[in-house]
Design a protein around this ligand. Structure first.
Ligand SMILES: C[S@@+](CC[C@H](N)C(=O)[O-])C[C@H]1O[C@@H](n2cnc3c(N)ncnc32)[C@H](O)[C@@H]1O
Length: 342
């Protein structure tokens, strides 16, 4: 058993799902392989990951496996209107439903939060367990298939199969999670901690690279340099008069640099195109282990004024009312009332 907590959420990894879909569209064509596309959610928990994948891959054959009886039961109920199959996770069962074109092992190959509190991980969750599970998943993947490992306690680059796996990157891929990383001997490589809404890492030993803290999608059997999936339009509207950049998510790299941590932040700037349309340009920027800063490429979207943060007075007033009506006290009273039998 790897991760014990069954925490999950709908559409938890949109950047990863979009990048995997874009890469599959390149390799399988615009129908993404139709029903022949076989996807495994390893550690599916209550099935939200499968339901999210359904909206990215409408025709795929979806499978989900888990070791928690309660999670499997919830997944079956949540998937009652979906053709996806959930099963108890054993090497035999994984093989029986494989091989797969895509496997997701998201927040599974770890022991959290325990791993954030120990100096060594070898007793709690040895590398051999991580490597055994990851190795089985890689062998269940078809040649050319994609595997995503997010929030793993060990490095994919340390796996015996690493030479088989080519990283797939895009401007949306900026981190492989908030979990602390350990060397194969169980010694600690990084210490992560929460900083506002996102997670920052600090290296506490050598032997880890910036790519080890970013890569989370790999293609099986395509050796060579990393594959860049450049599917987000850099320019959608010609010349745009952009305003000042603002932090739209994560940590400002200037703050991360000052604190000496590795962390990323999404910077946005909005502007008006000559034809009057509103355009938002975004980029993930990240600090590196050597104290420099990198950007993973910009993309532009034609956006509504609201998406660009430009609200009318009436819209601001509506949001002020919303805030007034949804205080912590209001929420608790409503929850209590909904449980009363009359
Ligand atoms: C934190 S949840 C992640 C759920 C989902 N993948 C997500 O990211 O939202 C981790 C899940 O992995 C499951 N798990 C742990 N060890 C497993 C194993 N060997 N095979 C399959 N699932 C496992 C747990 O029972 C739990 O439901």
């Amino acid at each position: 058993m790897a991760q014990k907590l069954t925490n999950t959420a709908p559409n938890r990894y949109p950047g990863i799902f979009r990048t995997m879909r874009a890469r599959l569209a390149e390799s399988r064509g615009p129908d993404l392989g139709g029903g022949d596309l076989r996807i495994l959610s390893f550690g599916c928990s209550a099935g939200f990951e499968m339901l999210s994948l359904r909206s990215y891959f409408p025709d795929a054959s979806l499978f989900g496996c888990d070791r928690s009886a309660d999670a499997l039961d919830r997944a079956k109920r949540n998937l009652r209107e979906d053709a996806g199959i959930v099963f108890y996770s054993t090497p035999e069962a994984i093989e029986a439903f494989g091989p797969y074109d895509m496997i997701l092992a998201m927040s599974v190959l770890c022991q959290y939060p325990a791993s954030s509190k120990v100096d060594r991980l070898d007793t709690l969750f040895p590398f051999s367990t991580f490597a055994g599970l990851a190795g089985q998943l890689v062998s269940s993947l078809r040649p050319g298939g994609l595997i995503s490992i997010f929030n793993g306690n060990y490095l994919v680059s340390a796996l015996p199969e690493a030479g088989l796996l080519t990283p797939v990157r895009s401007p949306l891929i900026h981190t492989n999670g908030f979990i602390d990383k350990f060397a194969p001997d169980g010694s600690r490589l990084t210490q992560s901690f929460r900083d506002k809404a996102t997670i920052a890492h600090k290296a506490v030993a050598g032997g880890i690279t910036d790519d080890d803290l970013r890569d989370c999608i790999y293609e099986k059997g395509t050796w060579g340099v990393a594959i860049d999936v450049d599917f987000l339009p850099k320019t959608v509207a010609g010349d745009v008069n952009f305003g000042d950049p603002r932090l739209a998510g994560g940590i400002a790299v200037e703050d991360a640099l000052r604190k000496g941590v590795v962390a990323s932040g999404r910077v946005e700037r909005a502007g008006q195109a000559a034809d009057g349309r509103t355009v938002v340009e975004s980029e993930w920027r990240k600090t590196r282990l050597d104290g420099s800063v990198t950007g993973f490429g910009t993309w532009q979207t034609v956006a509504s004024a609201e998406r660009a943060g430009q609200l009318t007075d009436r819209q601001r007033a509506a949001l002020a009312v919303t805030n007034e009506k949804t205080t912590r006290k209001d929420i608790l009273i409503e929850r209590l009332k909904s449980r009363l039998p009359f």
